[in-house]
Design a protein around this ligand. Structure first.
Ligand SMILES: [Zn+2]
Length: 514
């Protein structure tokens, strides 16, 4: 099997991709290697745990031709692990068109024993008119079909062929492109050319593009081209990208840009080097800036690789702990454009599929966006389908004693109101019937409740609909709502048309007083 998934959270997956030169773990950052003038040596990349690299088949063809066919790409760039080859699509993007036919490039990738190969595509970049983008998509699909026809008969090594998805911000083109490449039989897909998008921090458009692709292809591994900014990694992984490549480490270094977990800064504008990598702990900013040009670029590129490595590992750790939502949320605070993308997560229902039904740790609810996390959406559906024969109901604030039916308050309520349906309510997950208050995450969440003011009922639409649904399922003769500050905000701003509704303000002795 090409791709094996071991753990997942949201749409992020820890898995393994199998290639003729060995397997490697995902999510993986795949550094771009220049086949002619590689700056950082391969042993260093290996030592840092980069198990796979990507290089350009077109440049290799132009520079080495038959020598590459003879030595193989592993001999040319001196790397014995999995090597991915980009066909030259980026050169198409930069220079318009390149000479060789798609089938010629594909045969060359096959001849040089590339492990993960991409057919010649025509990247749509960003900002193209719809009809032009559509033409590029059609051309890429045509090339991809021709390539597959050629490869079917001579892929003895079982190299992985990757279908290049184009369409950019025209999401219907992305969907069509992904769907057709999937049907053709590509085992892995790659989302094309978001470089220009990412340079302008258009993370929200990127998020929609990834979601559009995932709406067509859920289980196959997904590569993202040109994603080497530290802020892009958690976002792309959470939305379902398994591998991503970039030359950012060296390009940024040449531009004097120093990566850190929350973005990049100009090296000469820094006051301190907070990074703990072996390069930064041995130097001051002044010493770094004053290095000879070549040495500075080399050290800065290496530092950047340490940061990318750290980011990938942090994301993996977050997946293992079931905390990817929290992690992306933290990152989102590093840049308003990333926050914009994070807020779109509420539209991406597929994030539920990869989120475990049960997690070892309690989840945190801190801000209104957290009501949309997959665990919350999932349990609201369970609560919505709950039915009771009881004709009376009492709603009480969630005690955060887990589960609710073990709380002191529940015992008092059940002895005093024995013929009532007893429910807790929680701003982030809705109305919780006491009988099933042990279902994850009803009994496994922590909320910052103090001062949880409802500025607008519009901030908690999921709660309002959970509330209304629950009460409208059955005919209740008597509805008692013990309203804390949050619930008072909700009932004041909602037109609740239930007969026999009594709102009682919450206080510590409220149960005795009813
Ligand atoms: Zn460093």
């Amino acid at each position: 099997m090409l791709f094996e998934v071991r753990y997942s959270d949201l749409a992020g997956r820890i898995g393994k991709i199998k290639t003729p030169s060995g397997t490697f773990e995902t999510p993986a950052f795949i550094p771009v290697i220049h086949p002619v003038s590689q700056s950082v040596d391969m042993d260093f990349l290996k030592k840092l745990g980069f198990e796979a690299v990507i290089t350009n088949a077109y440049i290799t063809l132009m520079k080495y031709g038959d020598l590459a066919r003879e030595k193989g790409i592993h001999g040319i760039i001196n790397f014995d692990g999995p090597i991915m080859t980009d066909s030259g699509g980026y050169q198409v993007l930069e220079y318009g068109s390149i000479e060789p036919e798609p089938s010629y490039i594909a045969q060359f990738e096959n001849d040089i024993k590339s492990d993960i190969c991409v057919p010649l595509d025509k990247p749509t970049g960003y900002g193209l008119r719809y009809d032009v983008a559509e033409r590029y998509v059609n051309e890429t699909i045509k090339n991809s079909q021709e390539t597959l026809n050629l490869i079917k008969s001579n892929n003895e090594r079982n190299s992985v062929w990757v279908g290049p998805v184009q369409g950019a911000e025209h999401l219907d083109l992305v969907k069509r492109s992904a769907g057709q490449l999937d049907e053709m039989g590509y085992e892995m897909l790659a989302l094309g050319s978001p470089v220009q998008l990412l340079e302008s921090y258009e993370f929200a458009i990127l998020a929609d593009m990834i979601a559009a692709l995932k709406s067509k292809v859920m289980s196959k591994p997904i590569h993202l081209f040109g994603a080497g900014h530290p802020l892009t990694i958690p976002l792309a992984v959470a939305l379902g990208c398994d591998t991503f490549d970039s030359a950012s480490y060296i390009l940024y270094a040449r531009d004097n840009r120093y990566m850190h977990a929350n973005g990049t800064s100009r090296l000469d504008k820094l006051s301190y080097l907070s990074c703990q990598c072996p390069i930064c702990i041995n130097m001051t900013v002044k010493e770094f800036v004053e290095l000879e040009y070549e040495e500075r670029i080399d050290k800065l590129a290496k530092h950047n690789l340490y940061v990318l490595r750290g980011e990938v590992l942090s994301v993996k750790q977050a997946i293992m702990e079931g905390r990817l939502w929290e992690y992306v949320g933290q990152k989102a605070r590093a840049h308003p454009k990333l926050m914009e993308a994070f807020k779109l997560f509420l539209n991406y229902k597929y994030l539920e599929d990869g989120t475990p039904v049960f997690k070892k740790k309690a989840i945190f609810f801190m801000e209104t966006i957290d009501q949309y996390r997959p665990e919350a959406s999932r349990i609201r559906k369970v609560f919505d389908s709950f039915r009771t024969n009881k004709k009376k109901i009492i709603l009480f604030p969630d005690t955060q004693v887990s589960p609710f039916y073990t709380s002191h308050e529940y015992h008092k309520l059940s002895s005093k109101f024995s013929d009532y349906q007893i429910c807790a309510y929680n701003p982030f997950i809705g109305i919780i019937p006491a009988e099933i208050s042990d279902i994850y995450p009803a009994a496994h969440n922590l909320i910052s409740k103090k001062k949880l003011n409802v500025n607008s009922v519009k901030d908690y639409p999921t709660f309002v609909s959970s509330f209304e649904n629950f009460l409208s399922h059955s005919y209740f003769d008597d509805v008692i709502v013990i309203a804390d500050e949050f619930m008072q905000g909700i009932v004041h701003q909602t037109n609740l048309e239930f007969k026999n509704l009594r709102i009682i303000e919450y206080n510590d002795d409220v149960i005795e007083q009813i």
